[in-house]
Design a protein around this ligand. Structure first.
Ligand code: ATP
Length: 247
């Protein structure tokens, strides 16, 4: 459906359309609609804007990604539908691999997303669907425990937006730094991740790329200072406060 730009909720409706198109193309699971709806509700409560606190978290995330020895960009079906090009741009900025990792695992869907990343110019995508040498993430009793041997299995830092609580917890327990984007400051993922950016992924990725470019010139010590001064739980409490008080 074509949404008139004069519609007061044009942007929100266009994002819904992207998710529906993702389902029609076969890259997004039907369950993705529910996850998107939950995100929409929190975005509404946050005034549909990037808060000062989210901006702070994404600055710290940029520092963390720049300091990582081997960062990986993880992409699921909702993220692929909403902002594949921006994620490719992020991976290029960091010179990092993209690994497709979906909640409702299906080889066909993983393959489809991997091909789309390539079609959209993403050269650094790991072909997880075809690789039989995958390693399993301990603590996850499900095919989504698959980690590519040159991807998440090797990574010290993972950027994994719109993640689910179980896998986030397992990734953190495995000793990896986990950076997520989640509009719900109360979700298990938000509470478990190393750094949580409470914002809409559509706004986050371009800002994160900008921040990485700005921080690239900083020394390791300056980046470490940015990371050490950050308290994820405090940031989440502040985000929750914004929702309770009304954005
Ligand atoms: P958890 O297992 O972490 O408690 P959950 O079960 O509440 O999570 P999921 O369905 O696993 O939720 O994941 C969807 C999450 O992604 C939700 O917390 C939702 O707020 C968030 N989300 C959905 N769309 C977006 C978006 N566009 N930008 C950022 N976050 C989003």
């Amino acid at each position: 459906m074509k949404i008139p730009s004069s519609h007061p909720r044009a942007l929100s409706l266009s994002l819904r359309n992207l998710i529906v198109e993702g389902i029609e193309k076969g890259i997004t699971s039907i369950h993705g609609l529910i996850a998107h709806g939950r995100g929409e509700a929190f975005d509404y409560l946050l005034g549909e804007k990037t808060t000062h606190e989210a901006q702070h978290a994404l600055r710290v995330a940029a520092a963390e990604l720049l300091c990582a020895e081997y960062p990986i960009i993880s992409m699921n079906g909702n993220v692929a539908a909403l902002c594949m090009k921006e994620m490719i741009h992020l991976a290029q900025t960091l010179n990092a691999f993209i690994e497709v990792n979906i909640f409702h695992f299906s080889k066909e869907r993983v393959k489809m997303i991997e091909s789309m990343v390539r079609e959209n110019g993403g050269k650094n995508v790991l072909m997880n669907a075809d690789d039989e040498n995958f390693i399993l993430l301990p603590g996850i009793d499900h095919p989504r425990a698959r980690m590519h041997p040159r991807g998440i299995a090797q990574a010290d830092c993972i950027f994994v937006p719109l993640e689910d609580g179980d896998r986030c917890e397992a990734l953190v327990k495995s000793g990896r730094k986990v950076i997520t984007v989640d509009l719900n400051p109360l979700s298990r993922t938000a509470r478990t991740a190393t750094i949580t950016i409470v914002d809409n992924i559509m706004r986050t990725i371009p800002l994160l790329i900008e921040e990485i470019k700005k921080l690239k010139v900083k020394s390791k010590d300056e980046l470490a200072k940015i990371m050490n001064e950050f308290d994820n739980r405090k940031n989440l409490d502040e985000m929750e406060g914004i929702i309770r008080r009304g954005a």
